[in-house]
Design a protein. Structure first.
Length: 94
């Protein structure tokens, strides 16, 4: 599936997104990422016992091209806890 084909789809599903990404990640992985709020191009909303998935075509295309920098919000705090002291230590050597 190419960019033109994915842009032509009105409501992109996790299956469509997976096909556009050549099967990696699989549709189920995209669903899980969305439910965990860690997917960079897909969001999940829950109504009753079902999830609805909203996929941003532009973010999906950027993800495929490697132009989308992905940092999980869950992991951001631990990344910052490591990065800030490291940056300070490097600057003290000047």
């Amino acid at each position: 599936m190419n960019e033109q084909e994915v842009r032509a789809i009105r409501n992109i599903t996790p299956k469509d997104a997976s096909l556009f990404l050549n099967g990696n990640p699989c549709p189920q992985r995209i669903r899980i990422w969305a439910q965990e709020k860690t997917c960079p191009f897909c969001w999940a909303t829950k109504k009753a016992s079902r999830h609805t998935y909203i996929i941003s075509v532009e973010m999906l295309i950027k993800y495929r091209k490697g132009d989308l920098i992905c940092v999980s919000v869950k992991n951001l705090a631990s990344v910052m806890e490591y990065a800030i002291p490291l940056h300070r230590r490097r600057n003290e050597d000047w």
